[in-house]
Design a protein around this ligand. Sequence first.
Ligand SMILES: C[S@@+](CC[C@H](N)C(=O)[O-])C[C@H]1O[C@@H](n2cnc3c(N)ncnc32)[C@H](O)[C@@H]1O
Length: 262
Amino acid sequence: MNNDYREKLLQSKKYRDVCPDTLVRLWAECEVKYKKPKDVDRAVREALHGITGAFLTPAEASECAWAMQSWHAGGRTDDQLENILNKHASTRERLPLADMDALYARIFDIAGRPGHILDLACGINPIYLAVRGLRVTGVDISGAAVSAVNAFGQSCGMPADAVCADLLCPGAIPAGRYDLALLFKALPLLERQRSGAARKLLRQIPAKVVAASFPTRTLGGRNVGMAAHYAAWMEAHLPENRAVLASFETENELFYLLEERS
Ligand SMILES: C[S@@+](CC[C@H](N)C(=O)[O-])C[C@H]1O[C@@H](n2cnc3c(N)ncnc32)[C@H](O)[C@@H]1O
């Protein structure tokens, strides 16, 4: 990396907490495409915005910290939980909480209630799971999301922890065996970062069932045939060691439950 630009990027408010492996990876990829360090820097920042920065801004991360304090100090109500989950673009789209409860009830009806969940590219979703009494370990490149989950786990005594790691780099999946792994709205994002990444990751996940989801509406809320597109996408990216156990749609998301094949 060019030192001046690298230092500025590493110190920028928006990206200083991003997984260092991701910054190194993106910089190397962009350096192949652009000659001038300034252009490399712009391309890395654009890529970072698309894969992580757009989902939880620094302002939202600090609002999230305040909302967690209010939840901890103020009676631990569902309204306060909703206020926390509202800070991340992805969990926000699944609210209200009644809808999230119904979604997980549906998943557990099919896959069984899990003992330990692995939440990959988790955002702040582990916070919801922990409040509902589920043990969860998350992984994300967003240091802000990972810090929020760990702060919630530690200071509020909740069964949640997370690691800041890049699922496209070796060793990112925490060792262990899980009943259920979540890959919510993450597979196409990973595939865009590296062709072949989705199938490779699905093949490696040490969990009996993987629940993967896909957005079915544009950011403006329009339904433009995304469900059919992603249904075909999922079939095309299924590795040989997973089979479709079930699939269903909610108002704005398509879900696949994938079981291990022996
Ligand atoms: C669309 S959000 C989904 C968040 C969460 N799964 C949910 O649905 O609530 C995508 C998440 O993937 C994370 N992410 C993107 N690329 C990643 C990578 N290579 N490794 C790990 N996490 C990644 C982002 O930081 C972001 O939190």
